[in-house]
Design a protein around this ligand. Structure first.
Ligand code: URA
Length: 433
């Protein structure tokens, strides 16, 4: 077999055989197939697509390219969640403890952020002493004890995805539905969780800009996951504006804490309710209705059980629960005021994420150092009526980091104000199970 022929077959829109995909992925990971051939293959997939069977084979070859993580030592039903990425996305910080309070086990491996999206691990490190580095045994023991632990990825998990993603990033082949599905699901299926809940973001701040594409991606991922022996559900949620109000690291932890105390923004709480209820319905094999599952989620938010789980997680991972309200604080708050009367008509999510990154809340390159304290709060949302001079956002800055004016201008330009009223889209757009 030659890589040339596999590329040519895909270029000519032929269905690939499982062994052709295996040959290509194995050869690329061991270095016998060079970057330029893989880049040509990725572009062929970008234009010709892959059917469900090919995408499953690709996922499975990528999944088995490195370590597989068994969670045998954990007693109970293990649940994982994946978000396709968004701005202000602190879902794991709240969903993990909520699921633990519902009696499920969350052994979560998360990543760091790069560019306009922040990483869960970065956010958690805003908590003094919190460590995301546990040995495999400490990880299992901690999950058995508290029900929820969030650590950084260790070992050699899906090296094929790391290598392929780096190439996709520089060859304009990231936004291909089969490539995204295989990338996400290979990593999810490399860890032996029983239940998987997918949060597929749709909108200006997401990979999937249209609801139709997001549905196609979600259906494909649910199929792949089911074929891989998992119970899977996907929630499609709106990313036309950032999730919740806070964007940054310490400020997102603060918003997560408030949400766990049932005092968070309604939209974010609704997403948590929906995702957690899906996990619960899957765990109970459909023997509970979605409405009852949602009521159980609300109960653990109202009675403090979910917040208690969060504090237990903080403690077992080296943080001090008594200091959870003493997170790093920026030295200065700048109010961003509306310069005209009108309505907030839209927000360019990605631009808002990039503005937060420029303030120091995210990484421009892999080596950038994050400032845990800086960030912003969106006071006004799409659809809100405003008057000239109203505060639309608060920007938390550390002036000694340098001039923040470009970041603030980027934020201002990303919040569009118009004379016509615009309606915000609903947060939950669909559920695919
Ligand atoms: N997230 C991933 O892990 N992979 C993709 O290709 C896109 C989003």
């Amino acid at each position: 077999m030659r890589a040339y022929d596999v590329i040519k077959n895909k270029r000519d829109s032929k269905k690939l055989a499982q062994n052709e995909i295996k040959y290509l992925i194995k050869g690329f990971v061991d270095g016998s197939i060079p970057d330029y051939q893989m880049a040509a293959f990725l572009m062929a997939v970008y234009f010709q697509g892959m059917d469900e069977e090919e995408t499953y084979w690709l996922t499975d070859c990528m999944r088995t390219s490195g370590d597989l993580i068994e969670l045998d030592g954990i007693s109970g039903i293990t649940v994982d969640k994946h978000s396709t990425g968004g701005v202000g996305d602190k879902t794991s910080l709240v969903l993990g403890p909520v699921l633990a309070a519902l009696g499920l086990k969350v052994a979560k491996m998360s990543g760091r952020g790069l560019g306009h999206t922040g990483g869960t691990i970065d956010k958690l490190e805003a908590i003094e002493g919190f460590s995301c580095e546990l040995t495999r045994q400490q990880f299992i023991d901690a999950v058995n004890k508290t029900g929820v632990v969030i650590v950084g990825q260790t070992g050699n998990l899906v090296p094929a995805d790391k290598k392929i993603y780096a190439l996709r990033d520089v060859t304009a082949t990231v936004d291909s539905i089969p490539l995204i599905a295989a990338s996400i699901m290979s990593k999810k299926l490399a860890v032996a969780n029983k239940i998987l809940v997918l949060d597929v973001k749709v909108g200006s701040g997401a990979f999937m800009k249209s609801l139709e594409d997001a549905r196609t991606l979600a259906r494909l991922m649910v199929k792949i996951g089911t074929q891989g022996g998992r119970k899977v559900s996907a929630v499609l949620s709106n990313m036309d504006e950032p999730l919740g109000e806070m964007i940054g690291n310490a400020v997102e932890v603060q918003e997560a804490v408030e949400t766990l105390q049932n005092k968070g923004p309604e939209s974010f709480t609704q997403l948590i309710r929906t995702l957690a209820a899906q996990a619960l319905v899957l765990a109970e094999n459909g023997k509970i209705s979605t409405a009852d599952a949602e009521a159980r989620v609300d109960l653990v938010l109202q009675n403090g059980a979910a917040y208690k789980k969060f504090l237990e997680m903080v403690e077992i991972q080296g943080g001090n629960p008594a200091k959870i309200n003493q997170l790093p604080k920026a030295r200065q708050t700048i109010e961003l005021k509306a310069d005209q009367d009108g309505f907030v008509s839209s927000m360019q999510c990605e631009e808002i994420g990039l503005a937060a990154m420029m303030l120091g809340a995210g990484r421009e390159t892999k080596d950038s150092v994050i400032d845990m304290a800086v960030g912003l709060k969106l006071i006004r949302h799409v659809g809100d009526q405003i008057r000239k001079g109203d505060v639309i956002a608060e920007v938390y800055v550390n002036p000694d980091r340098g001039d923040n004016s470009k970041a603030i201008k980027r934020l201002r330009d990303a919040i569009c104000i118009s004379s016509k009223k615009a309606n915000a889209s609903p947060l939950i757009l669909d559920i695919i199970s």
